[in-house]
Each structure stands twice: as C-alpha cells, then as structure tokens.
Design a protein around this ligand. Structure first.
Ligand code: FES
Ligand code: FE2
Length: 428
C-alpha cells in the first residue's frame, strides 16, 4: 500500500514532476524505423508532450514540438524536405536541432532582419537501434541508447508490435515483476476461457526477487519444477525503468501521458538451422486495437492482451492506497522502493539506476536469458517443433492480437514453413 502522495509522485510523468524528470533520464522507444517506409511524419505524445516525429528526405529523423512557433499550426500536417520539416501553413522550415532554416515570406520581405535566427522549435534527440526509433527528453548530455544483446542476435525474424493502453504506465511496469500472475492470468484463466471444465495448472511454490545492474530479476519454482529449472536459476527480467525482458522479447511500457501507455514489444524468433543464414531485410511493425469492436470488451485471446486487461482493470491510475500486498508482491515493493530512492538521486543531480554512459560498457550488454542456446545457436526444425513453448510459436503468434497476415506470412517463410493461417492460441 502507498500513501496517496507517494502514489501521485510515482505515477506522474510530466516535465514538471519528479517522476517525469526521472523517466526523462532514459531513452524511450516511440516508433519503428519501418513505419517510415511509406510515411514521413507521425504525431507522438510522450510523457504528456505533444510532438512530431519525422524522417526527412536525407533520412534524418527529427522529433520536434507539434505546434509551429509561428502561429501554432499542427506540424503533423507539415511536409518534409531534404533537410527538416516544413509547416504547411506558411512554409517555415525546421531542422532536427530545432533551428528555423527558412521563413519564405520574411526571407523575401526583410532578409536582413534574419528573423528566423530568433526562432527555435523545441526539439529532442532521436536515435535508431534494433529497428526502433528512440527519443530522449532529458537534460544534456544524453546517455547512450542501451545496446541490449538481443539486438545483435543473428538468424532471427524480428517484429515490433504496438498497442495503446488507456492507463498509467506504472501499473503496467509492476506487471514485469509479478511471477504469480502467469499461473492465474495466463495459464488458469487462459485455460478456462477455452474450456469451462479445465483443470488448474501447477502452482507456484516459491518466488525470489534479486536486484542487478539493469533491473530486478524474478525467479520462481512451481509444483512441476525444481531448483535446477531455468525459471529458478535464471528467471525473468524487470528491465529498468519501464521494460520487461523475457529472453525472446522485450515489452516496454512507454508513458504517453499519465493516463495512457504505449505498449512496445520487440520479438525475436530464431529460424531453424536449416534456414541459415537468414538475414531479415526489414523489421516489420504493426499497431493493433485492444478492444473487440463487436462486443466492446477487451480482447482476451493473447498473452499481452490478457495483461492489458489486468492493467486497465486497476483503474486509469491504480489507487495504491486501497491495495493489500502479500508475499507475491515483494518484487513490486522493491521496484517502488528503488524508484523512490532514485528520485532522491535525480534531485541531487545524479543518474538514477541503469543509465548507461560508457561506450565500452554499452556493447551487446548481456542480460539473463533462460534459453540462450536456442537464440544464439538455434536448433534443427524437428527439434524446434518439440520444444515445449517455442515449438508452438512456430505455428501461432500468441503475444498480441491483431498481427497483420503479411507479417505472419513473412514469419512462416523465414521459418521455412508453408504459409497457412496461425493455429488458435493456447497458452500453457
Ligand atoms: S503557423 Fe507554421 S509557418 Fe505559419
Ligand atoms: Fe503477463
């Protein structure tokens, strides 16, 4: 349980808030590079700031204020030039550093005034990594975009999926340090959704939460596993500050504002050995709705959609003054305590946890990965088919509903499998 004041403090993301300042010490994934193959401009709302992300004709990404400093037109309807983004109202042109390069009429009417030199538009640094576009809204000097090791894995089919979830980011991230929900939300409820008479699966017997340089790890032992099992020896990673890393994929919970979160997932599927060498020419990206338009209810068929139901169900901003935490929630407690102590560091002008500035350190940063051999070395198809969880992933996409058929087809081709529709999702 938290006081109303602490709950408020941990959940606010605006530039004038403590947590907003802490979150601005990290790069945030906001879009996919491939989304700019057939469009050059996307409006982006990030931590309560309305911005425009664009890729100009020279291939440079820029992230600038959504409103033009001239008379406030919407730059999401601007157009790109060789260098920069031009407002569609009177043609003022801005570069990625926020400089005003042209004011077409002012440049003719009074060129010596150089009015444009007095104009700056708010702009933020943008970088690309892993097929994602990353933004940094914090103070300079900016740290480095983390080079997590999966971004360099070879022979994989990667895809990026987005969903907008109408609730605060922190309750989404608390899900990243919550092992027991797997048993109930994904296994037992998932089974019950398919079969009213289903049996419950194996129970959790113990859980553990450990801190490491880049986050928290949770480990778990169930009735059907012992201490030699990878979920006890390795576990899964609550990656700082707003990501969940499960070995084969990342899930970021990026605050759009205090009441909405962009779920960004980056998913790696190793191809069978027979398909090597496999080089992916582009990382596809897609966005899907999370509500069933026919029933008006949240979609519940896929793993992350089930998580979304938990998150939005907690309320737009979960009221942590009215919760009752137990032993299973010790990871949630650790996460909040760490953020609270990091708020003090930020107030003292220091870096919070897991900000990376050393280029030597930022090279294929190793993370706990339970199935490392599969991702690094792969297996022949016949063996792949028999793997308990990953074998099923060859025949269905269980993570998020709404995957476009062309992404499924590209995946199956990469795996060397015939393109047939995905099998129904069966979790556990
Ligand atoms: S409002 Fe943008 S150029 Fe005038
Ligand atoms: Fe989950």
């Amino acid at each position: 349980m938290l006081s109303a004041e602490s709950n408020h403090r941990l959940t606010r993301t605006g530039a004038d808030t403590d947590m907003g300042q802490l979150l601005r010490r990290y790069w945030m994934p906001i879009a996919a590079v491939s989304e700019f193959d057939d469009q050059s401009i996307r409006p982006v709302r990030l931590m309560g700031e309305d911005l425009v992300l664009y890729k100009d004709k020279s291939g440079t990404f820029g992230l600038v204020d959504r409103q033009c400093p001239h008379r406030r037109a919407d730059l999401a309807y601007g157009f790109v030039e060789q260098c920069g983004l031009r407002c569609n109202y009177h043609g003022w042109l801005y570069d990625a550093d926020g400089r005003c390069l042209e004011q077409p009429y002012e440049d003719v009417a009074n060129p010596r005034a150089r009015f444009r030199d007095k104009i700056r538009i708010k702009s933020y640094p943008v970088e690309t990594r892993g097929g994602l576009v990353w933004a940094y809204l914090g103070p300079q000097p900016a740290p480095l975009v983390p080079d997590w090791e999966p971004f360099s894995w070879q022979n994989g089919f990667v895809q990026i999926a987005f969903a907008e979830v109408p609730c605060n980011w922190l309750q989404c991230q608390e899900n990243s340090i919550d092992p027991v929900h797997f048993e109930w939300m994904h296994m037992n409820w998932g089974r019950r959704l398919r079969d009213e008479e289903s049996e419950h699966g194996p129970k959790h017997l113990k859980v553990a939460f450990d801190e490491f340089d880049y986050g928290l790890v949770y480990r778990r032992q169930r009735e059907d596993t012992d201490e030699a099992h990878k979920m006890w020896t390795v576990g899964r990673v609550c990656l700082w500050p707003n990501c969940f890393f499960l070995g084969d994929h990342f899930e970021w919970r990026v605050p759009i504002d205090d009441e909405r979160t962009l779920s960004v997932s980056w998913l790696f599927f190793r191809v069978p050995n027979e398909q090597e060498p496999y080089v992916q020419d582009k990382i596809p990206a897609w966005r899907s709705d999370i509500k069933d338009p026919e029933t008006g209810r949240w979609i519940s068929s896929h793993v992350m959609n089930q998580d979304f139901i938990a998150w939005v169900g907690q309320g737009t901003v979960a009221d942590r003054t009215r919760e009752h935490l137990g032993q299973s929630d010790m990871g949630v407690v650790k996460l909040r305590q760490r953020f609270m102590s990091d708020l003090k560091l930020v107030a003292a002008g220091e870096d919070p946890k897991a900000v990376i500035r050393d280029p030597e350190q930022n090279q294929r940063i190793a993370l706990p990965v339970a199935d490392r051999d599969l991702f690094e070395k792969g297996v022949p198809l016949a063996q792949y088919e028999k793997l308990p969880m990953y074998g099923k992933h060859l025949h269905t996409f269980p993570f998020q509903a709404g995957q476009p058929p062309e992404v499924w087809a590209a995946f199956r081709e990469a795996m060397g499998l015939p393109v047939v529709p995905p099998a129904p999702v069966e979790i556990a």
